[in-house]
Design a protein around this ligand. Structure first.
Ligand code: ZN
Length: 475
């Protein structure tokens, strides 16, 4: 098929046309969540944009297979193989076993995804499923001389690679080779500064909960090995697109490439898609007013999670996105206005196929042009106000929504129904109060009758006695 989907490939630093290994098919991999806590909406930004990428590829005709891992073991709170074990920390906090914590937060993650209209990947594989595969890959890396044992652990030897820092420019490479992060305690067993652990037997965490037998002793895998193994296990030796947040580029994705290509003996994945951070106004990973931002928190505050999806889609995935409640409010207001307008369209008549094709092409171009989602949303607005019949508009909007997943043709009706039912509820309440007041007056309880009038007034409802009966109005 014709390949016309283009996006910025972090590996080549260019916007490139995606040419899959097998014509018409795309194998796509996403680094999944570490399931020790609720997902932050900043991380969910990556999953939303990856979801749009997947749906965009399907929209233009690719048969996509998407794979995601679930990190339920071995992810330390620092990438440098130091710090606390996040899973164990979560388990201790909640007095649960590590596997209970993993299951709980895996379910919570997919519940968030459901609310954000993120499709579940075709394959979701927890790391603890694949211990045998990890051990096999590490054995091969040892055999081929890319790994070594020291101090009870197995390490990947980065000095064996011609170019370890595959994503970095020449200047960055120099900085990475020279600089050591101050907060990282040097591991004396490493031969080179950037070597990383493939298998731990000597854990800094005495009470590491999950351990497995291995040729190197009882222990557990390093974090990076899981994505290499789960990717190759489910997508074969050639992966087309690997996704993640920009914070995954180094060291996680760099290490994945080192392991996978040394194991396979050939290039592994050509296209690397990375989504930028969600920041607050100070430029840090977003916390708003000290809140840890989750989908549930947004819901508690009365936001529709799909409005957050729209918020993400309105900006380009490669740019940092600034979160504030004010920004989100504005987007939600615009979203509600838009879907109510769409709800007013009449599903009657014939589709104008010429107009349909014309707008579909503009929309497709926006999506294929480095996932220009803000342009795609502009096309949505253009369709709503275009000079064409309602039927054609509705067909176009539901067609676009295969990619955008903003409930474009359903959300407005729901909103109108809700506001309708609020009105009926209020009306019933006023009627009841008026009847109560009439009864009080009949019983000559004028104090009670006045109190009811005041109560209604406090809710913005004024009542008036007329010859035709009691009438009310909003004040
Ligand atoms: Zn990964």
């Amino acid at each position: 098929m014709e390949n016309k989907f283009r996006f910025y490939n972090t590996m080549t630093r260019e916007v490139e046309t995606v040419i899959p290994h097998e014509d018409g098919k795309i194998g796509m991999y996403t680094c999944g969540p570490t399931v020790y806590h609720f997902a932050h909406i900043g991380n969910l930004r990556s999953y939303i944009m990856e979801d749009v990428l997947e749906k965009g590829l399907r929209y233009v005709g690719y048969d996509v297979k998407r794979v995601m891992n679930i990190t339920d073991v071995g992810h330390l709170s620092s990438d440098a193989d130091t710090g606390e074990d996040k899973m164990l920390k979560g388990a201790k906090r909640e007095h649960k076993t590590v596997m209970e914590v993993a299951q709980y937060y895996t379910d919570a993650f997919f519940e968030d995804c459901r609310k954000l209209n993120i499709k579940r990947p075709d394959v979701v594989e927890p790391a603890t499923n694949c211990i045998a595969e990890f051990i096999h890959m590490i054995e091969v890396l040892l055999e081929k001389g890319y790994a070594y044992q020291a101090g009870g652990n197995v390490y990947f030897d980065t000095s064996k690679l011609e170019d370890y820092f595959v994503f970095s420019s020449a200047v960055e490479k120099e900085q990475l080779q020279v600089g050591v992060r101050d907060d990282v305690e040097e591991d004396v067993n490493k031969r080179n500064k950037n070597d990383f652990v493939l298998w731990f037997t000597k854990s800094k965490f005495e009470d590491q909960a999950l351990k497995w037998e291995s040729p190197w002793g009882v222990g557990y895998p390093g974090w990076h090995i899981e994505c290499s193994c789960i990717g190759i296990k489910n997508l074969g030796e050639y992966m087309d697109i690997h996704c993640g947040g920009v914070d995954n580029i180094f060291p996680h994705h760099t290490n994945e490439i080192a392991q996978s290509e040394s194991f396979l003996g050939h290039p592994w994945c050509h296209y690397w898609f990375h989504v930028n951070h969600l920041n607050d106004q100070t430029g840090k990973m977003s916390k708003s007013k000290g809140d840890f931002l989750t989908v549930s928190l947004l819901e508690e505050k009365g936001y529709d999670p799909v409005a957050y999806r729209m918020f993400c889609l309105q900006s380009h995935y490669r740019k940092p996105l600034v979160f504030s409640y004010e920004n989100l409010n504005n987007v939600e207001l615009a979203y509600e206005k838009l879907v109510k307008k769409i709800a007013a369209l009449k599903d009657e008549g014939e589709v104008d196929s010429k107009a349909f094709a014309e707008y579909k092409e503009i929309f497709t171009d926006a999506i294929c042009n480095d996932l220009n989602t803000s342009m795609a949303i502009t096309v949505v607005y253009d369709v709503v106000k275009a000079d064409m019949n309602d039927k054609t508009k509705l067909e176009l909007l539901s067609d676009f929504d295969q990619v955008l997943s903003l409930n474009l043709t359903t959300a407005g009706k729901k909103l109108l129904e809700e506001s309708g039912s609020v009105d009926t509820e209020l009306e019933q309440y006023i009627k009841d109060k008026i009847a109560e007041r009439a009864a009080a007056k009949k019983a000559k309880d004028f104090a009670k009758a006045d109190a009811i009038r005041e109560e209604l007034l406090s809710k913005g409802i004024a009542i008036k006695d007329t010859r035709e009966g009691v009438i009310w109005e909003r004040v």
